[in-house]
Design a protein around this ligand. Structure first.
Ligand SMILES: O=C(O)CCC(=O)C(=O)O
Ligand SMILES: [Fe+2]
Length: 241
């Protein structure tokens, strides 16, 4: 296998990785750096692929700006903007390109099992084939996510929920393949290098500390080794108080 990484879930993920045989993805690590996108392209095309590299690099950089804007707005809206710069300096970006094939006769049409995301933030886009569904908070109701043209879905995650001491919620979601066409989606994810600290501003008598500080990549490693829960219970059992 060529697209490998020493970090969990950062390289190629074969069928069954997201709990479904329909799913497959490649991972482009450090995708905001042209050299790193080019190294990925060189793995796939022996003589490189300039168009691919330029497009992916430019996509990653544009969407990383969206990530920065969203994060800044969240930090500001909670009155903890003084932590934004150090957060921003300590993140790395992963671009994941995903493919879901339609289910064969007799096969389940679940493209990705119910889960919450493990990066710090995920920003999604897809081709014209839908299938992403999000569970309404505290209910059994699922809604199909509609991607309007040139719109993005921004998904909060387990680590983001822990950082906010439970104020933000990581939505449970899944992919359901109903049609006969392949679905392609693309995710820009951020990961924090080092420890995620819960800002003291989030802790008071009414909101006692719910999550201990944790190392983001250690959380990923622990989850990869022992994925008992795919949803937010994974982080609660890892560093919940
Ligand atoms: O393909 C999608 O729209 C969602 C993928 C997803 O949930 C994930 O990669 O965590
Ligand atoms: Fe997800």
């Amino acid at each position: 296998m060529k697209n490998t990484s020493d970090k969990p879930f950062h390289g190629y993920l074969g069928p069954s990785s997201l709990g479904s045989p329909l799913y497959e993805s490649f991972g482009i690590e450090y995708c905001t750096s042209y050299d790193d996108v080019q190294s990925f392209a060189n793995l796939m095309w022996p003589s490189g692929n300039g168009n691919f590299s330029k497009t992916m690099h430019s996509y990653a950089n544009l969407v990383s700006q969206l990530d920065n804007m969203v994060m800044k707005m969240v930090f500001e809206s909670y009155g903890v903007e003084k932590y934004y710069e150090s957060h921003n300096e300590s993140i790395s970006y992963l671009l994941k390109v995903m493919k879901y094939r339609p289910a064969k006769a007799g096969e389940s049409n679940l493209g990705a099992a119910i889960h919450t995301d493990k990066p710090f933030l995920t920003i999604l886009n897809q081709n014209q084939v839908g299938g992403l569904e999000v569970q309404i908070k505290d209910s059994d109701e699922w809604v199909a996510v509609e991607f309007l043209p040139s719109s993005f879905v921004v998904m909060a995650t387990d680590p983001f929920m822990a950082w906010s001491n439970g104020r933000l919620r990581a939505p449970r979601h899944r992919v359901v393949m109903n049609g006969k066409e392949d679905r392609h989606s693309i995710a820009l994810s951020t990961f924090k290098n080092g420890t995620v600290e819960i800002p003291e501003e989030f802790i008071d008598d009414e909101h006692p500390l719910r999550f201990k500080p944790f190392d983001h990549f250690k959380y990923l490693e622990s989850f990869a080794k022992n994925p008992t829960y795919l949803d937010e219970r994974a982080i609660i059992s890892f560093c919940g108080v």
